[in-house]
Design a protein around this ligand. Structure first.
Ligand code: FES
Length: 901
């Protein structure tokens, strides 16, 4: 908020400091006027809308108010100044660049963009249709809607990675604390196990006698908020006894390892594999590159922690329970809650809140079973919002991986064979471990033509954070390794890294590692060609910079990467080196083999509006906008006529989960089908053919087909119980073929492709990396909304930067956003997005998904650029300054000194 025109953190400002001072929050931003008369607030809101600067929207009030302070002082801020001013406000979705562009643009009056004409919504950079509430403070996130008389909850969590526990006298404890309703234990949940896959249900909502990870929920104290606030956690009678923990994959796979779950005596949850090509070629004729890569736990760090409430209605009501919650997957939530509480799925209603970021982390259950159990037991609504520490301890993470691979190629650079072994730590429970174990072997060799592929994975159980879904399902980890080996090969052969990739890139007509023939929409070559000019230009810049650095050297160069100074003369002399790196990726859109359907419906209503029943949860990626664009064009009516019922299991049909980059491709097809079905019904009612043009005006549906003109007065037509006159429904389930014993089949109906390049500067003494720029070329089939697609790409790149350079989650040590670093506005360089539209015949208007592909190539491109800059091939991420500094010192065969600290 602004206090006397200066940004301050609302949560850190005592009310007593505000007496007599002018306070402006986001709710009052629209009325904020600069002393010179500029409508600063409205300009900012309009610019944020037209630049796609609010995705999930949870950071948006902070961004807007910080930007408002700047715009009160100046009408023409530059991008660097904006980045500085926004430096204290974190955003996990956008990658900041569209926010910075919006603030720069807001210096001038904003002209609202023209709405697209009927039939041309697809391809238009429409402002998001759920955007306004995110800009005026009226969006309601998981903790923002709480019924009267709601109880709170304090969850007691395990202080050890592995422990046994006993409960003391809970009745005496409760009666000694007025205001408490009681204590929730595992016994209050009829079927106290949940999972992503029904046959693997292994995770208790509340632990039973034993805990398997630090921070696992054990019991929950329920009561009035005031009573919980006054409670001393030490008084809660739970007694823990620490047990020997499986702390790493090495320990887990040792012969004497403790068993994490009795069902898996070897601590291996599952395996995945792909075999292609029979006997391998004779190695003596090949160039062989071999290497390792290691990654760490990575936290989603969505800014909105898990939050929601439940209302238990009882047996006689239409629903037994309603859960309002921040979730990516209301239908899976519904089915799991129904199972846990012995209910039919239709007796459970899940209403997603506005979701303040997900990225895969809000696919697993979190607060849902706890608030349902408490509401059921105590007969009052119950809410729960995780603290930041609880969110980071208890939510799933990106799988840490340790991988080894071998790449074999002909002397002319043609890729021949790829062998991959990867262990992915899946933590204490199954979550999405099977998905990672099966998706990685399919993608491990990258989007290249190989005659022979052998890829094996294991999901390994440990007493550590549950690893689940996080933007890429293991593919970002395996891509780090294959892209490093390709650069090894390029160096061995003296080839240009881009040209080598171009030589081997998958093309239409090629077969993948699973034997799937790709007949269309294989845009990788176009991606690489789009990057080629920027690649060459970066090469020239890098060479020039490094030559200048060498010329300015203070002394003789020790080795290939010698002493240099900053040729721009900034600060003290440093040994700086620049480099460029490139990497490619591919990504199967949707679930791996398993059924993946979506259903949508759309209706014409008596008031002449179109109602889209859209069950595809918008977690910031834009499904509430994109589905309407697709449906509108299929229907032949403008988006401006559309209203929507957003995901609510009582009101919308099952559109699956917002994950696996599936919504645009799968639910988009369902939305197109719904629009087409409604159009057919309207044309039939009008007695017109397919080519007729529809309009709705003044309560009249009009169809024109050549000279014919037919009309229906909507008020004269019968409506169903929802008020709908005509309804169209669409359904889509992408065609796949199960993998056989060799891992051969058609795991996905289509794939996204991309190539990214990074240009950066390494300080050889400090080990720091400064990103200069990133180019990203993505084959998205068709950009339904280019602005939103670019927002996904830039936001994914920002998370890729975090993966490459800074993010390493350590339970109990980095459970906050001070110690766990994510990129800030100053860490994300200018990003140039090249959209490649190689239409997918199965996609809605040719579209494929982009949510996860956005991230996958970034970290490998950065690591390859680091290698180009300083000759060091890192074999682990994140490449933190201490790791890079040590690696450079080892590469230069010198001890690490503190001369430059
Ligand atoms: Fe910034 Fe989601 S839009 S955190």
């Amino acid at each position: 908020m602004l206090v006397d025109g200066e940004q301050v953190c609302a949560c850190l400002t005592p009310l007593s400091q505000l007496e007599g001072r002018a306070v402006v929050t986001v709710e009052g931003l629209a009325d904020l006027i600069a002393p010179d008369g500029r409508a600063v607030g409205r300009r900012l809101q309009q610019a944020f809308a037209s630049h796609g600067a609010a995705q999930c929207g949870i950071c948006t009030p902070g961004m807007l108010m910080a930007a408002a302070e700047l715009l009160l002082q100046t009408s023409a801020p530059d991008a660097d100044t904006v980045a500085d001013v926004l430096g204290g406000v974190l955003c996990r979705c956008t990658g900041y660049r569209q926010i910075i562009a919006a603030v720069v643009a807001a210096g001038e009056p904003q002209t609202p963009p023209q709405p697209p004409a009927p039939g041309s919504a697809v391809g238009a950079s429409l402002a998001r249709l759920d955007g306004l509430p995110k800009l005026d403070g009226s969006a309601r996130f998981g903790d923002d809607l709480v019924p009267p008389d709601t109880l709170g909850m304090m969850v007691v969590r395990s202080p050890y990675p592995h422990a046994r526990f006993t409960l003391g006298d809970l009745d005496t404890f409760v009666s000694a604390h007025p205001g408490l309703a009681g204590v929730l234990t595992a016994a209050d949940i009829p079927n106290n196990r949940f999972a992503i896959f029904a046959d693997l249900r292994d995770q208790p909502a509340l632990a039973e006698n034993e805990t398997r990870l630090l921070g696992e929920a054990v019991i929950a104290v329920v009561g009035e908020s005031s009573a919980l606030d006054a409670l001393d956690p030490a008084a809660i009678p739970v007694h823990f006894e620490a047990l020997r923990a499986v702390a790493s994959a090495d320990v887990a796979l040792a012969d004497d390892a403790p068993v994490v779950q009795a069902r898996y005596p070897q601590n291996i949850l599952c395996r995945g594999h792909v075999r292609r090509g029979g006997a391998w070629p004779e190695p003596s004729s090949l160039r062989i590159c071999e290497g390792d890569m290691r990654t760490e736990y990575v936290e989603h760090a969505y800014l909105e922690p898990e939050a929601g409430h439940a209302i238990w209605h009882g047996e006689d009501a239409e629903f037994s329970v309603t859960v309002y919650v921040s979730t990516q997957t209301p239908y899976m939530d519904r089915d799991e809650i129904a199972h846990m509480f012995d209910l039919a799925p239709e007796r459970v209603r899940i209403i997603p809140s506005v979701v303040g970021g997900g990225f895969g982390g809000k696919l697993d259950l979190s607060v849902q079973p706890l608030v349902v159990a408490a509401a059921r037991k105590f007969g009052r609504p119950v809410r729960l919002t995780y603290s930041r520490a609880a969110s980071m301890l208890a939510s799933p993470k990106r799988h840490p991986a340790r991988m080894h691979a071998t790449l074999a190629a002909d002397p002319d650079g043609r890729f021949r064979a790829y062998a991959f072994d990867g262990d992915f730590i899946t933590g204490a429970y199954a979550s999405w471990g099977p998905t990672v174990a099966s998706r990685v072997p399919i993608h491990a060799c990258g989007p290249y033509r190989f005659d022979h592929v052998r890829a094996d994975t294991r999901a390994v159980l440990t007493h550590d954070a549950v690893a689940g879904a996080f933007r890429g399902f293991g593919v970002p980890q395996s891509t780090l390794l294959v892209e490093a080996l390709i650069d090894d090969l390029a160096e061995t052969l003296g080839r240009d890294p881009l040209e080598l990739r171009l030589q081997n890139a998958l093309r239409a007509g090629d077969c993948t590692a699973t034997g799937q023939r790709l007949d269309a929409s294989v845009g990788l070559v176009a991606c690489l060609q789009a990057l080629a000019p920027a690649w060459r230009a970066a090469g020239e810049r890098v060479s020039e910079f490094n030559r200048a650095s060498m010329r300015a050297a203070d002394g003789p160069a020790p080795g290939r990467y010698g002493w240099a100074t900053d040729p721009h003369g900034r600060g003290p002399a440093r040994r700086l080196r620049r480099g460029r790196g490139i990497a490619c990726m591919w990504y199967g859109i949707g679930n791996t083999v398993i059924a993946n359907p979506s259903t949508m419906s759309v209706a014409l209503r008596a008031d002449g509006r179109i109602m889209l029943y859209n069950g595809a949860v918008d977690i910031g990626q834009g499904t509430y906008t994109v589905m309407a664009q697709i449906c509108a064009d299929a229907l032949g009516l403008p988006v401006s006529l559309f209203d929507q019922v957003w995901a609510d299991t009582a009101l919308t049909q099952d559109a699956g989960k917002s994950s696996a980059s599936r919504q645009t491709f799968v639910s988009g097809n369902a939305a197109r089908g719904a629009g087409q079905a409604l159009r057919a019904r309207l044309l039939q009612a009008l007695g017109l053919g397919e080519t007729a043009i529809l309009t709705i005006d003044d309560g009249l549906l009009t169809g024109r087909d050549g000279d014919r003109r037919e009309q229906l007065r909507l008020a004269d037509l019968p409506a169903d119980q929802r008020g709908d006159l005509f309804v169209g429904e669409g359904y889509f389930n992408p065609p796949t073929v199960p993998l056989d014993a060799e891992g051969q089949g058609v795991p996905y109906a289509t794939y996204g492709f991309a190539a990214q390049m990074a240009e950066l500067e390494v300080d050889l003494d400090l080990g720091t990396v400064r990103l200069i720029g990133i180019h990203a070329a993505h084959d998205v089939g068709r950009a339904i909304n280019p602005m939103l697609v670019e927002g996904q790409v830039i936001g994914g790149i920002a998370q890729g930067i975090g993966l490459a350079l800074m993010e390493h989650y350590q339970a109990g040590r980095t459970d906050n956003l001070h110690d766990y670093l994510i990129p800030t506005a100053g860490d994300v360089p200018p990003i140039h997005v090249h959209l490649i539209e190689d239409a997918e015949p199965l996609g809605p208007y040719g579209a494929k998904g982009v949510g996860e592909p956005a991230l996958v190539a970034t970290a490998p491109a950065i690591l390859n650029a680091i290698r180009d800059a300083c000759g060091v091939r890192m074999q682990a991420v994140p490449v933190t300054p201490d790791r890079l500094r040590a690696a450079i010192a080892a590469h230069e065969n010198r001890p690490i000194t503190d001369d430059n600290e």
